[in-house]
Write a protein that binds this ligand. Sequence first.
Ligand SMILES: [Zn+2]
Length: 392
Amino acid sequence: MTSYRDLLQQVKSEIAEVDARRAQELIGSDSTAIVDVREQEEWDEGHLPGAVHVPRGHLESRIESAVPDRSRSVVVYCASGNRSAFAAKTLEELGYDDVVSLAGGFTDWKRNGLPYEIPRALDADKRRRYSRHLLIPEVGEAGQTKLLDSRMLLIGAGGLGSPASLYLAAAGVGTLGIVDDDAVDETNLQRQIVHSTERLGESKADSAKRTIEALNPDVTVKVFKERLTSENVDRILGEGWDVIVDGADNFPTRYLLNDASIWHDIPVVHGSIYRFEGQTTVFKPKEGPCYRCLFPQPPPPELAPSCAEGGVLGVLPGIVGSLQANEALKLALGIGEPLVGRLLLFDALETQFTEIALRRDPECPVCGENPTITEYVDYVEFCAGRPAQVTS
Ligand SMILES: [Zn+2]
């Protein structure tokens, strides 16, 4: 029979250990992953800056998503260096070829006066509500806290804004702003699932707010019952937003929002739909193209698409709006590859996705090197007698 001490000694002889100072040097390079294998309560009391939390009991099942690259160097630690020694051994067996265990663990790290972070812990209710997020290492408690602190602005509570707002609210985005001056109409209900029959005639912004608050009381909803114009755009965007989800499908708003988002430096998750076709992309100032890089000016009114009510398959905005919510969550969490410089097209009839690369234009009149547009342009309404509202 091997005793625990014998086993520990044997494992320690088979892995590499570093002291706190050496660990700090290793961690100084961004290429090193830091894995904390302690229990939740220990993590909550403080952890190394930049560490990912993968409790020892879940190490085998969760390490691949926490540290997908097996050639990456890994510093693993626990409280005293024993559990992490076993964890280091396990990681080597899983094919991680550059793993060291922090001898003396977190206790020794603190004793050396090295920096650590105390996470803002979620209460028990939030832990339960967001448990499926907490189980994903890329989100986890730190990510969920980020979401609860995040602020997202939805332009439109229509077809795209409905699913986007519902999923963002369910995900625990702490503050949702909704800009919509329209009222719920019977023809909306075929796709605008944030509203309902009993809300007919009610303001869409108010109706969405009621649905969202019933879904998740953690979310604060700020309504703007107005249409985005050059007069109010600075006031509304100036309230400070991490991400804007664009669900408005008319040229004046699209250009206005584009210019404003560049000047306010806020990424916009764009979406649009028509019949069976949808598209989405992310316009992230400075990092990718903006709408004007692609279309510097709106088409002349005689070439603009007809403003007669466009038909749309009811589920299509559900798909595109959900893709927008996905992009918005990724941007807020700082994970994955957002659709910056990539236009994703969806064909509902063929059930096909296509991707088109988009490039930033150095000559762009707004985000280019020598901008020629430096103040808001109010484009004429394209449709005589009624606002240029296409199906959204
Ligand atoms: Zn541009």
